[in-house]
Design a binder for this molecule. Sequence first.
Ligand code: APR
Ligand code: ZN
Ligand code: ZN
Length: 233
Amino acid sequence: DKGNSGEAVLGAFMEPVTEALDSTDCAICCEHLSEPSSYGEGHPEAHVAIKLTKCGHQFHKLCLLQMYHSIHKDASVQCPSCKTIYGEKTGICPPGNMHWRICPDLHLPGYENYSTIMVTYSISPGVQGPEHPQPGARYSTRGFPRRGFIPDCDQGRKLLKLLMVAFRRRLMFTIGTSYTTGEPNTVTWNEIHHKTEPVSNHSGHGYPDPNYLDNAVLELAAHGVTEDCLAQF
Ligand code: APR
Ligand code: ZN
Ligand code: ZN
C-alpha cells in the first residue's frame, strides 16, 4: 500500500479552482493562494490551486500532494482544515482475529437491564511489513487476547458493527511504543477506546461511563468509520 501515487488518489477528491480564489491562505504552507506554494519553487505547477470536492477547502495542489506523501499512504486523504475524510482510511494493524459473543449474565454498571457483548481481539507477534515503523523488525503483542465490553443495547450493537468495519480496515491497533509500558515495536490500541474492565474500573477503562458509547462512535468517525459504512453489511 506504499505504492499509491498521490496524483492517482487525490485526483478523485480535488477539482480545479475556477472562480476567483478565496482571499485565504493555503493552510498547509501558509502562503496566500495567489502566490506559489512554498513547496514548489520553480515547479511548473507551483501556482495551481485546487479545492476539495466535499468541503470546498482550497490549497495549493503541490501542498496537498506533499502532505499526502509525508504521512501513511493509503487510498484516503483528510482535509487539514476541517478533517473531512476522502476515500477509505485504512491502518496498519497486523493480522489477527476479532470475535464477539453475548454474555447473558454479565451486566455492566449503568446498563444493569442489558446483557453484555464481549469483543475479543487476538493478535500474535510477527515481523513488521513495509507499512510499519521499522520494516523487518519484530513486533511484540502484550495482553492478548484483549477484550472489550459493550452493553447489548441498540447503540451498543451499532458500536459493535462500527468496530467490525474498523477492524477490517486495520484501524483497531497499530504498531509503535506503548504509552503504558514504554515498550517499542509493540501492538497498541489505536485511538478507538474500549472498556476492558466489565465490573471494576481500576484502569479508568471501565464502567460506569455514561458517555462511552457516544465517545467511541466519535472516535470511529475520526477514522472515517460512520453509519454510512454499515451499508456493507
Ligand atoms: N484499557 C483500554 N484502553 C487502554 C488501556 C486499558 N487498560 N490502557 C491504555 N488504553 C488506551 C489509552 O487511553 C490510549 O488511547 O490505549 C491507547 C494507547 O495507549 P497505550 O498505553 O500505548 O496502549 P497499549 O500499550 O495498547 O495498552 C495498554 O491496555 O488492554 C490493555 O493489556 C493492555 O495493559 C495494556 C493496556
Ligand atoms: Zn500551500
Ligand atoms: Zn475541509
